[in-house]
Design a protein around this ligand. Structure first.
Ligand code: GDP
Length: 599
């Protein structure tokens, strides 16, 4: 009996097991823990977490722990699919490393990817017909490498935002004639964040006179300790343009892969990540994915978020039909019901489970419709709404934009980049974004909402072209990512009021003040800076404060009238509408320089 009493001892703080679904409202979580919602909000603030109405599972678990309870993660339908019967995998194989090329604009990323692709064509002699499917593999004498065929970090960060961790190695391209630039730093931050290996490719080595060691020092200052400076990050000098030392770069990549021994099980249910997706005429949704584990085969039933279906056909990067694709292999998949999201993982499951899952996801997404539809919706769903938006364009500094892109990946990357453009005084609103050529209905939408139309790697169909001409709509087409963002930025900047700066051209120190009959009070000055020009506007500065702004009525050098007096000389200045000089005042002449506001 005494023992029982021990157990029955009242516990001050009851530790509860709190079931945490993949998303939960803060108020609901508070209820489960029997605390006030405000307490949960305060905790979120304390933990520096988003005070969103809804928390994701990680944040919710953290909060539960903070309240000294035990979180129990509820498996979601997706996790059930994943963790179902995939098997643990006893047959593990080496797989090629997956490589992303990053770096500052114009440092040569695209050229490098082209060169590597060429090297592949030369090696495999497949006739050189290469289509862009978002990834390709290159076979070298040392081994294979899988390249993600989209330069820049937009797509990389987009993937990561969706939780995809596809890259093993980042090739950081730095042009020797330009050194470390803002996007170099961003690329470093991304790579470091994703904990992937980095190889520095010093590009444009054919340009003479570059200070390579200065660049290596700049990189070291960013924590990229290259082998040349005794660190661990390899540096390869290349000329992407002339195909110089591409082999050396590939060898370095393979060396890193050897060191890491990237491996994957093959006797498990296949899983991979979608890197591109587009609608193809007659084929429907076609997704490019890279297989991460297992061997994907024709006939398997796939699910990728809400897109699902039986794999009707598998093709390799050259468009050749293949029977199966193993780890690190890029593969084109036909047979999905919808366009899957880029960065989404696919799993193999049964049709029934896929349908159940989609039902659940759709139900949830209806609940979160507002949050989820920010970029993809047509904001205007009524005529009134369109008119309101058009009016807003007239009144405020707003540019409405209709964006069409070739594939889901580029569209999303572009939307992300565009979202960052704009500030308090000029705003960019994407009223519609979609895939494929610009159509009549896009043009109508743009016309109704006064929107600018941008076609990224797409054209306009002939009816749309005619409509654009008829309605004289602003339309911009480009295949180059940064051209589009630069163009849109320039359009927004064009709407901003120009900034006027006063640039001082000359300064004169008032030494004494005297009065001349018929003229009035004159400041006897010594010119201390630049030149005092009679024609320029002036300001009188006393103790750092501007006390007057006016014009010069008379400028004298000794007894003579002068147009200008240079530094080092004395002069007499008489101003229009201002005579209250004091010794010690500065009379400054200035020019108004008007420049466009930058975003
Ligand atoms: P990205 O913006 O990083 O994809 O850069 P691009 O690949 O489009 O290259 C930008 C410019 O640099 C192009 O004009 C290329 O021809 C040029 N370029 C690329 N690699 C080299 C190189 O190794 N040497 C020289 N001299 N120019 C290069």
């Amino acid at each position: 009996m005494p023992k029982r009493q021990e157990f029955a001892k009242p516990i001050k703080e009851r530790i509860l097991e709190i079931e945490v679904p993949d998303r939960i409202e803060a108020a609901r979580l508070a209820e489960k823990m029997a605390v006030k919602a405000e307490a949960v909000i305060a905790k979120l603030r304390e933990l520096d977490l988003d005070e969103a109405e809804e928390l994701d599972q990680d944040a919710a678990c953290l909060v539960v722990e903070e309240f000294n309870h035990r979180p129990v993660r509820m498996r979601t339908a997706a996790e059930d699919l994943i963790k179902g019967d995939r098997g643990t995998g006893s047959e593990v194989v080496r797989r090629p490393p997956i490589v992303t090329v990053m770096g500052h604009v114009n440092h040569g990323k695209t050229t490098l990817l082209d060169q590597i692709r060429k090297a592949r064509v030369a090696a495999s002699e497949d006739g050189g017909i290469t289509q862009h499917i978002g990834s390709y593999q290159v076979q070298t004498e040392y081994g294979s490498v899988t390249m993600i065929d989209t330069p820049g970090h937009e797509v990389f960060s987009e993937m990561r935002a969706r939780g995809a961790n596809l890259t093993d190695i980042v090739v950081l391209v730095v042009a020797v004639d330009d050194g470390v630039q803002p996007q170099t730093l961003e690329a470093i931050a991304h790579a470091r964040d994703a904990k992937v290996e980095i190889v520095v490719a010093l590009n444009k080595i054919d340009i003479p006179g570059a200070d390579k060691s200065a660049i290596l020092n700049e990189l070291a200052a960013q924590g990229i300790e290259t082998t040349a400076l005794g660190g661990a990050v390899p540096v390869v000098e290349i000329s992407a343009l002339h195909g110089q030392n591409i082999d050396g770069l590939l060898k370095e990549i393979i060396d890193i892969a050897e060191l890491h021994e990237f491996k994957a099980p093959v006797d498990v249910e296949p899983q991979g990540t979608v890197i591109e997706a587009k609608m193809e005429k007659g084929l429907g949704p076609v997704a490019t994915a890279i297989v991460k584990e297992g061997r994907l085969r024709k006939g398997s039933y796939l699910i990728c978020d809400v897109a699902h279906g039986k794999v009707r056909e598998l093709r390799d990067e050259n468009g050749q039909v293949i029977k199966e694709a193993g780890p690190s292999t890029p593969v084109q998949i036909q047979g999905l019901s919808d366009l899957p999201q880029v960065g989404c993982d696919f799993y193999v499951t049964t049709e029934q489970r896929a349908r159940d899952y989609v039902k659940e996801v759709r139900f949830r997404s209806q609940q979160h419709a507002h949050a989820n539809s920010r970029t993809d919706r047509v904001e205007a769903d009524s005529i009134q709404e369109m008119l309101r938006m058009a009016k807003e364009v007239e009144e405020k500094k707003v540019i409405n934009l209709v964006l069409k892109a070739d594939v889901a990946g580029t569209r999303e990357a572009m939307l992300q980049a565009l979202e960052k453009i704009g500030n308090d005084s000029a705003e960019l609103k994407v009223v519609l974004s979609g895939l494929g050529p610009i159509t009549e209905s896009d043009v109508n939408m743009a016309a109704a909402s006064g929107a600018l139309m941008v076609g990224f790697r797409v054209t306009a169909n002939s009816k749309a072209r005619k409509l654009i001409e008829d309605r004289k709509l602003r339309t911009y087409f480009s295949d180059v990512f940064y051209e589009v963002t630069d163009f849109v930025r320039a359009q927004l900047e064009g709407m901003l009021q120009p900034v006027v700066n006063e640039e001082v051209r000359g300064a004169a120190l008032v030494k004494e003040v005297f009065t001349i009959h018929k003229i009035g009070r004159i400041a006897g000055c010594g010119v201390t800076e630049g030149t005092i020009e009679r024609k320029l506007p002036v300001r009188v500065v006393r103790d750092g404060t501007i006390v007057a702004k006016t014009k010069i009525a008379e400028l004298r050098h000794y007894k003579d009238q002068a147009d200008s007096v240079k530094a080092g000389s004395d002069c007499g200045i008489c101003l229009e509408r201002f005579a209250d000089f004091k010794p010690g005042d500065l009379i400054e002449t200035y020019e108004e320089i008007t420049s466009a506001q930058k975003l």
